[in-house]
Design a protein around this ligand. Structure first.
Ligand SMILES: [Zn+2]
Length: 157
């Protein structure tokens, strides 16, 4: 099933976790509608600007898959509103900076990008209406001897 000119539903539902644990990862029609909106408003404009395939590493997550991944229960991936992606050869920092200037989205997160390692990390983006146009940068840090994720406001390289 096509969601938009360059995106197919299967790109958003394929999940190694779902395959490995034999979990259902098929979205409801309302969730498919949310994925279509994400494609139309965010992913197609990105595809158009760079003229290269947008590689979705994680799109839709059924509640079962999200639980297996220990994802937040309020994750926008469960609602079909979010996707994690990269474009081969484009730094994730540059991608986020372009999106910040040119697009509207609910949340844009530069995830686990390391300065000077252009293909490190990935981009998380979500869309819904009304949108917040919120930008965050996620980094792994060690606090009190424990590894945790720290979120800071803005896109920080
Ligand atoms: Zn994500």
């Amino acid at each position: 099933m096509k969601l938009s000119p360059h995106f197919h539903l299967s790109e958003f539902t394929q999940s190694q976790t779902a395959t490995r644990l034999m979990l259902d990862n098929n979205p409801e029609p309302a969730t498919i509608a949310a994925l279509r909106l994400l494609c139309e408003k965010v992913l197609e404009p990105v595809r158009e600007n760079y003229g290269r395939p947008v590689l979705i590493s994680s799109g839709y997550r059924s509640p079962e898959v999200n639980r297996a991944l220990r994802g937040s229960r309020s994750s926008q991936h469960v609602k079909g509103e979010a996707a994690d992606f990269e474009i081969a050869g484009i730094s994730n920092l540059r991608l986020c900076q372009w999106m910040e200037r040119r697009l509207n989205y609910d949340q844009l997160i530069l995830e686990f990008y390391e300065t000077d390692i252009p293909d490190s990390g990935w981009v998380h983006v979500s869309y819904r209406e009304p949108y917040r146009n919120q930008e965050l940068t996620a980094r792994r840090v060690v606090r009190n001897g424990r590894r945790t994720t720290e979120y800071r406001n803005g896109i920080i390289g």
